[in-house]
Design a protein around this ligand. Structure first.
Ligand SMILES: Nc1nc2c(c(=O)[nH]1)N[C@H]1C(S)=C(S)[C@@H](COP(=O)(O)O)O[C@H]1N2
Ligand SMILES: [Mo]
Length: 320
């Protein structure tokens, strides 16, 4: 028999509403109820776990280092949101083994003086690899502390020279139907698209990430490259990027399209602005003991000193 997962909290509490609704419809169509929930983990399915990646040497950057203990590698690579592989937290780990990360190119175009398509091997050599420990705060109110490897996104943008018209930057991520089982569900109008204001993208904290825990990124964490924007909710950090476009006007992003009242364009971590269906004042640190208290969420996820000036004069209740 398929195993039945008993969630610790009601799925309606933690799952984005459209996903929750879609899953209920799907379960009803299958006529299987709770039994189908375990289907993703039934052995023998063609969706395999990914092999371990080679080492990626990097120099620790003391400027971006937290005293907090990083979340274990097991949790960092085993509890993810990557809906292209399924909506379960272990789906990305268990089902991303067929994902193709070579050959890989990233096209940078739009409002730039020097549009260019970069090969992943050239991007790996573009700037010195740094190790930085960042907080990650998911919009679903869980969090991690992660040792990423990469460099500031600005190093890439300097190469293409954004024009004076460029105000926004859009990240389009991979959609490989043959290797990404999640694309069969229509939760998102694939590919997954995210975007930032250009000044946010140029901030040195905004990182182009190629590795984690001393190795090249596992597929489930966004191989071969993703961004990390540590003061924003996790969904802003697109994984497995294939195209970057510089734009004059604000693009429509995947989550804003799905539920604009729940997922704003800015998505800055803010304990004072609640999600319509739950509080954002506290978070659950993944890997912490069951008895450990919830952590208080910090303004801009603890990066206020560095980034608050980007939002001076903006009403953060309106621009959430
Ligand atoms: N392409 C793509 N990128 C994505 C997602 C996704 O579903 N697809 N999920 C986002 C969300 S909600 C989070 S919390 C982070 C989690 O990934 P990480 O634990 O590897 O940082 O990835 C983000 N990037
Ligand atoms: Mo997230």
């Amino acid at each position: 028999m398929a195993r039945i997962q008993i969630p610790r909290i009601a799925p309606s509490e933690i799952t984005p509403e459209p996903v929750w609704q879609a899953r209920r419809v799907w379960l009803r169509q299958m006529g299987m109820g709770a039994v189908a929930l375990g289907a993703a983990s039934v052995p023998g399915m063609p969706w395999a776990a990914a092999a371990e990646k080679p080492a990626l040497p990097a120099t620790p950057n003391p400027q971006y280092w937290l005293s907090e203990k990083p979340t274990s590698e097991k949790d960092v690579t085993g509890y993810n949101n990557f809906y292209e592989f399924g909506t379960g937290k272990t789906d990305p780990r268990d089902r991303s083994g067929r994902f193709q990360t070579r050959p890989w190119t990233v096209t940078v175009e739009g409002e730039v003086a020097k549009p260019r398509t970069f090969d992943i091997d050239d991007l790996l050599k573009l700037a010195p690899m740094e190790e930085r420990i960042y907080r990650l705060r998911c919009v679903e109110a869980w969090s991690m502390v992660i040792p990423w490897i990469g460099y500031s996104l600005s190093a890439l943008l300097d190469q293409v020279q954004p024009t004076s018209k460029a105000k926004f930057i859009e990240f389009t991520t991979a959609a490989q139907p043959d290797t990404m089982p999640g694309l069969r569900s229509r939760i998102i109008d694939w590919p997954y698209v995210e975007a930032l204001r250009l000044d946010e993208a140029m901030h040195p904290l905004t990182m182009l990430v190629f590795g984690v825990y001393g190795k090249m990124l596992p597929n489930q964490n966004g191989a071969p490259l993703r961004v990390a924007i540590p003061w924003k909710y996790g969904f802003k950090s697109g994984k497995s990027i294939v195209r970057i476009r510089l734009l004059e006007t604000m693009p429509e992003t995947s989550w804003v399209k799905i539920a604009p009242n729940e997922y704003g364009f800015y998505a800055n971590v803010n304990p004072d602005v609640d999600h319509p269906r739950w509080s954002q004042a506290t978070e659950r640190r993944i890997g912490a003991s069951f008895l450990a208290p919830r952590v208080e969420t910090m303004m801009f996820n603890g990066y206020a000193e560095q980034v608050a000036s980007l939002y001076q004069g903006m009403d953060l209740n309106r621009y959430y």
